[in-house]
Design a protein around this ligand. Sequence first.
Ligand code: UGA
Length: 433
Amino acid sequence: MSDGRIAVIGTGYVGLTSGTCLASLGHEVVCGDVDPEKVARMSRGEVPIFEEGLEELMRAGIAAGNLTFVHGAADAVHGAKYIFLCLPTPDGGDGRADLRIVHQVVAEISSLLDPGAILVTKSTVPVGTAKDIRTTLDRDDVFVVSNPEFLQEGTAVRNFMKPDRVVVGSDHRPAAEAVAALYEALDAPAVITSAESSELIKYASNAFLAMKLSFINSIAGLAEVVGADVTEIAGGMGFDDRIGNKFLKAGPGWGGSCFPKDTKALATIALDNGVSFPLLTATVQSNEEAQSRVADRIRAAAGGDLAGVPIGVWGLTFKAGTDDLRDSPALEVVLRLDTENAVITAYDPTVEKNLPAKNGYPDVTVAADVYEAARGAQVIVLLTEWSEFTAIDLAKVAEVAPRATIVDCRNILDPAAVAAAGLKFQQIGRPIS
Ligand code: UGA
């Protein structure tokens, strides 16, 4: 399909989804990863992550012969025209993204690239990284292009196949246009910019969405006090096209592997460049307050003291549709309860075993189902919006936890059904009756 082979370096959810979807568009794709065991599994068509629709697509690519997996970057880049870097860029501990892995890989592959090759950064990288990569690369005949991803975990395949836009940035326009052409079949608007703008579009988009969520969560806090309903407010706001109705669902705070890291990184980029950007610090602070407000509610529902109080938790992942626990607001809330010595039993459809304490996880017993998590609980808190929670048999919950108050932090349960089961009930951003 394209005039050259694509190498994808790094098969996390971004790399694996991008590689698989690019192959499904007809391109020839070779994915390289440092983990030989993972490479062996992927070559057999096993998807190491929880991502709807990915396995079928990956197996189809393998069967068609245009999607392969190899160990290491060197084998993957051999003869490739496009090299997509999909490598981890973790928080370096000071809010700045740690780019060591990216630069290590660029240095490793530099001498192996064909003249005219195009290095594409898909990882979220700070402004100026394309320039820094050119320095590490030290090749005038290889081009560097920024092409950020806007994939959401759980719906990544859908997001890839139906993007709102394709953003490509470079100081070498023909290289940017060649990368944009890889997505031609998707019929999405191509936004071609400088590398710096493209790098900032990614951070600005994630930070803006995080800010929108912090805003609605603060409105939820206000609604609870003044007797308003955040769902009605979000509905009323969302009809305004300038605001839009997406990302206005109040919850226990936002999290995941991207929003917290990217919002902090953008704040640091602004600080490092002497630009005042108080909205970003306020966005992060409001999120921490949203999580604390949930803990306060649970404490109040438990009578003011959490020590020794049995709490049932429904949902641990940072959102539904993923098994990802990274920076999960659910875990943040549970950590607060754990600090106050509550006795926590949790159920999540994707978490089978007790969480390892060494990762800084709270002390939680993981139950096999929602009823076991609820058994004997004084407060049951719903933290992740798994659709199966809307089908919970509330009469059965009332049998195993007759005195419980349910705190629904995603506003997905039906208040009338909870009342019919004889349980006390609270939701986020709605008056406490
Ligand atoms: C986010 C962005 O949405 C993607 O566009 C981006 O590509 C990705 O980060 C990334 O940088 O890789 P993701 O981390 O998968 O995607 O999570 P989201 O679906 O954006 O959800 C983030 C958090 O916001 C979750 O905790 C979710 O529960 C919360 N949320 C989302 C709400 O509380 N309410 C909403 O209405 C929407």
